[in-house]
Design a protein. Structure first.
Ligand SMILES: C[S@@+](CC[C@H](N)C(=O)[O-])C[C@H]1O[C@@H](n2cnc3c(N)ncnc32)[C@H](O)[C@@H]1O
Ligand SMILES: [Zn+2]
Length: 335
């Protein structure tokens, strides 16, 4: 933690903003490594250990169980050969899951106007790979997670920061109760994490994301798994049940409705491109066996509306009916 962070924090007990004073601090050239934070309003004391600020205050049992499960999962990863070197390559690792993360991030970076010096909260940061990507682009990043274990929690940040150059903050806390002052963030990033909430906590988390964002700031949702009427995923989470993950799965409309109810303007990523992308000069040329037919349709106005209708239908099929697409949203807090 750097000495600038407490000004952005909110006490998890009394909700006072910027109320933490630092005592007994031990620092190195990079940051404060060990310290006590004391709330000037309610007297709550919390620790900073190895640079990680512990603001996980009275966590519910479900969160404690998931954090302990991640320690077991980290052990499995170690046995599978995961180490710091492999972590530092993330997300460019030859595994299906990571290819999805890498392509999602490429799309996000190509379509989002991130600016140096802006503040971004990486919710459920896990290995902190995304915090590293954003920090490398000059953003001020806060990685937030319920776990600290190496390979599956906040201490993994050392793999990225240990070599110098990049820096980001690490805060131990729950997404439904982020210990940040109102309107402090320009961006909130959620990748494969919102589904670690039951319905009530999902709605609360989205309200909290809205609270911590500045007006005009956005919540960027990426790669959230979806449930579909023709693929209800009744066994979702079964394969990771041994690790006690707080797994849930929702329909797209449930996310969209909850985000709107929290006060966001919601854009479903990919839908506008499916509808209007044909007029876009950057549109890739058609491929495959039907490429000549597609190219000729695109040249005619009626042909373009036909292709646009086909693509839109295909988008809804993949995202809301039977497909297996993941969810990406841009949720903007209005000015
Ligand atoms: C599937 S991992 C996704 C991680 C990461 N965003 C990524 O893209 O690699 C889910 C992460 O969410 C974290 N998590 C679960 N419940 C949480 C909560 N209530 N608040 C904050 N983080 C949570 C877990 O500890 C885990 O690190
Ligand atoms: Zn307090």
């Amino acid at each position: 933690m750097r000495a600038t962070l407490p000004a952005l924090l909110r006490c998890p007990r009394c909700l006072a903003e910027a109320s933490f004073a630092m005592v007994e601090a031990v620092a190195d050239e990079r940051e404060v490594r060990d310290a006590l934070l004391s709330c000037s309003r309610c007297g709550l004391t919390r620790e900073v250990r190895e640079g990680i600020v512990d603001l996980l205050y009275e966590p519910p049992e479900v969160i404690v169980r998931e954090a302990v499960g991640l320690e077991r999962f980290a052990e499995t990863m170690r046995n599978d050969g995961w180490d710091g070197e492999r972590i530092r390559e993330l997300p460019d690792v030859e595994l299906g899951y990571w290819q999805g993360q890498a392509s999602g991030m490429r799309r996000l970076l190509a379509t989002t106007r991130l600016e140096e010096g802006q503040w971004l909260l990486d919710v459920g940061s896990n290995t902190c790979w995304a915090s590293n990507v954003f920090a490398c682009r000059g953003l001020n990043v806060i990685a937030l997670d319920i776990a600290t274990v190496h390979l599956q929690g906040l201490s993994t940040a050392e793999e990225f920061m240990g070599r110098g150059g990049v820096y980001f903050e690490r805060v131990l806390s729950s997404m439904c109760d982020p210990p940040l002052a109102d309107e402090t963030m320009d961006w909130v990033f959620c990748c494969q994490v919102l589904h670690h909430n039951d319905g009530e906590h999902l709605r609360r988390t989205l309200r909290e994301m809205h609270r911590v964002l500045r007006a005009g700031g956005s919540l960027l949702v990426m790669n959230e798994p979806l449930r579909f009427p023709l693929r209800p995923k009744l066994g979702h989470g079964r394969e990771v049940a041994d690790y006690d993950g707080n797994e849930h799965v929702y329909f797209m409309h449930e996310y969209v409705r909850a985000a709107r109810a929290a006060g966001f303007e919601v854009e479903i990523v990919g839908l506008a491109a499916a509808r209007h992308g044909l007029d876009d000069a950057t549109q890739a040329p058609p491929r495959g066996r039907l490429a000549p037919l597609k190219a000729s349709l695109r040249r005619r106005r009626r042909g373009r509306s036909l292709v646009s209708a086909y693509r839109t239908a295909r988008f809804w099929w993949a995202h809301a009916i039977r497909g297996d697409a993941n969810l990406a949203l841009v949720c903007r807090k209005p000015m």
